[in-house]
Design a binder for this molecule. Structure first.
Ligand code: GDP
Length: 365
């Protein structure tokens, strides 16, 4: 499954947030394909549509789709220079699909800040510089090789070298790789570099408990928002401390606690959904009597590959899929009614699955 890595300077609240994530964690039995690793937290992706489907199908159980967060602690100033364990942590970031950058926006004299004061913009830059320097090294190595290879006359290396030159120029100027526009061909050629600064990013502004519901008085949050807007990134405001408490509760207790705090939903749920969107993920459903279940696919996934998320046999033996859009099924009120209204379609192997499709696969075993 796809993973988002949680990064940030020491003492900003990463462990607190990660603990909240593992406490709220999904039951492993439902997700045997998820990673078993103490640094990976598996969470369920909240989706109100599951309840809508359950009212129509009356299943024995409801299973949301899952998502993984990886705790990448230990990123410090100087990491790209191989100081301490820094380089190993950069290696872990290479493996994730998106970055969740936690910044400290809460003031608390008792908790020391590594740089002496609360300043999320400086923190963002400190981390980003490390990522940029690491990428610059990667890009320069590859550029040297591409230049040598160009002598072979293979055009591919010229395309590669051009793209690398542009990346190197941006990185040298302190700009992340994602600021460089690359064609699909160039992106494909450079994918195996796993550049850190081309990964999609999302900021978590960690605020005090009393600011979770309304952070408008916190200038640090505003600063992070402006910074994020300038790079089309998202910001999620949470109080990690509070999330850890919310994660201990379930059902009505949880609802009551959230209402008390004036929160419409847990910050963690907001974070999960934002991370899901950030990765361009989509959800389709299967709805039968044993279970109503959500499944994750990337945008643009075709029906057989979507079936493969459930089981590789479904992909291999795929014949076709019966598809009804979630809205159509809810409006019709039942499968039978949806079918009578002609809303249930038969789709083949080239069908691109849409978010909210309710799918029933036919396959050969
Ligand atoms: P990490 O080094 O980034 O993993 O930071 P920790 O999660 O260990 O947090 C550092 C300190 O900040 C701990 O003492 C936490 O209790 C405290 N802390 C974390 N989040 C919050 C928060 O939302 N509000 C307040 N007041 N303190 C927090």
């Amino acid at each position: 499954p796809l993973q988002a890595g949680i990064v940030g300077l020491p003492n900003v609240g990463k462990s607190t947030l990660f603990n909240a994530i593992t406490k709220a964690g999904a039951e492993a039995a439902n997700y045997p394909f998820c990673t078993i690793d103490p640094n990976v937290g598996v969470v369920e992706v909240p989706d109100v549509r599951l309840q809508g489907l359950a009212e129509i199908v009356h299943p024995k159980r409801i299973v949301p789709t899952a998502f993984e967060f990886v705790d990448i602690a230990g990123l410090v100033k100087g990491a790209s220079q191989g100081e301490g364990l820094g380089n190993r942590f950069l290696g872990h970031i290479r493996e994730v699909d998106a970055i969740v950058h936690v910044v400290r926006c809460f003031e608390n004299g008792d908790i020391t800040h590594v740089s002496g004061s609360v300043d999320p913009l400086r923190d963002i830059e400190t981390i980003e510089i490390e990522l940029i320097l690491a990428d610059l090294e990667t890009v320069q190595k590859r550029l040297d090789r591409a230049k040598k290879n160009m002598k072979s006359g293979d055009k591919k290396f010229k395309v590669e070298a051009d793209a690398l030159e542009r990346l190197a120029a941006a990185l040298e100027a302190g700009q992340p790789g994602r600021s460089v526009e690359l064609s699909d061909d160039e992106t494909a050629l450079l994918r195996d570099l796993h550049l850190l600064t081309t990964k999609p990013i999302l900021y978590v502004a960690n605020v005090g408990e009393d600011e979770a519901a309304d952070s408008s008085g916190n200038p640090h949050v505003e600063a992070v928002r402006q910074r994020a807007a300038s790079e089309q990134a998202q910001v999620v405001v949470v109080s990690a401390q509070l999330e850890a408490e919310i994660a201990e509760l379930e059902g009505e207790d949880r609802d009551a606690f959230l209402a008390d705090l004036g929160l419409a939903e847990a910050g963690l749920d907001k974070l999960i959904r934002s991370a899901y969107d950030l990765l361009g993920l989509r959800t389709y459903f299967t709805a039968g009597e044993p279970e109503v279940r959500a499944w994750t696919i990337r945008e643009g996934t075709k029906a057989p590959q979507a079936a493969g998320v459930i089981h590789s046999d479904f992909e291999r033996g795929f014949i076709r899929a019966e598809v009804v859009a979630f809205e159509d099924l809810i409006r019709a009120g039942s499968y039978t009614a949806a079918r009578e209204q002609g809303k249930v379609r038969l789709e083949g192997k080239d069908y691109i699955v849409e978010d909210g499709d309710v799918m029933h696969f036919r396959f050969n075993v």
